[in-house]
Write a protein that binds this ligand. Structure first.
Ligand code: PLP
Length: 233
């Protein structure tokens, strides 16, 4: 099997999973955007994905993403930055990312706004919400739900950022159905203050069905499309 055939088969399987999950939830599959997370995989795979109809790709490390986005510039893809982001990398990320899904603090939002202004463009952003138990401090990513309203209000006040919605990752070892149900209730409250910010990025290779059931408009799928990546790089 060629790499193209392998990716095409995986992609068909993932699209079928999304369709089934939408059918089960009584949702239209057109409401769910597949973002293929291409981290650790080469630009040649991104090219194959584009040829197979993928329009959205995601990356989680700036060093890797900046090179791949440049190599694939001609494909006119929408690039999502989905990883933890240091404030000093925010400016460079606005050079190629169309969506930053991992805004988790005021300082980062302000730096992204400044970067977008310098590039004379607007940037779509999602605020990442932590679903980790409050007593877990190690490895947390995302703003604590208690701090969401303040961060979202800050983002909304920034001229070059467009607040589009929320992103979350189900905690390791947690039941994703339960975690995303909690996310859906956080989102319901968030939407009262930000009715236009309807995007919800939730669900990965292992739990995209739970994401779709909870109202996800974006699922971020890596290994189910591209294969296993090394755990640590
Ligand atoms: C890597 C990554 C994904 C994709 O994970 P898979 O389990 O390979 O589908 C999704 N979201 C984020 C934030 C990631 O870093």
């Amino acid at each position: 099997m060629t790499r193209r055939e392998e990716i095409a088969a995986n992609l068909a399987a993932v699209r079928a999973r999304i369709e089934r999950a939408c059918a089960a939830a009584g949702r239209d599959p057109d409401e769910v955007t597949l973002v293929v997370v291409t981290k650790f995989f080469p630009a040649s795979d991104v090219r194959l994905l584009a040829d197979l109809g993928v329009r959205h790709v995601g990356e989680n490390r700036h060093q890797e993403a900046v090179l791949k986005a440049a190599e694939c510039h001609d494909l006119e893809l929408t690039w999502h930055f989905v990883g933890g982001l240091q404030t000093n990398k925010a400016g460079p990320v606005t050079g190629y990312a169309h969506v930053v899904e991992s805004v988790d603090r005021v300082k980062l939002a302000t730096a992204l706004d400044r970067g977008a202004q310098a590039h004379e463009r607007e940037l779509d952003v999602l605020v990442q919400v932590s679903l980790d138990p409050p007593d877990r401090t190690a490895g947390r990513s995302g703003v604590d739900p208690a701090g969401l309203a303040e961060l979202a209000a800050h983002v909304e006040g920034l001229a070059s950022l467009r607040l589009r919605g929320l992103m979350a990752v189900a905690p390791r070892g947690a039941d994703p159905v339960q975690a995303f149900a909690e996310l859906a209730s956080i989102r319901a409250e968030f939407l009262r203050a930000h009715p236009g910010a309807e995007w919800l990025s939730a669900g990965m290779s292992g739990d995209l069905e739970a994401g779709v059931a909870a109202g996800a408009t974006h699922v971020r799928v890596g290994s189910a499309v591209l294969g296993q990546r090394p755990e640590i790089k």
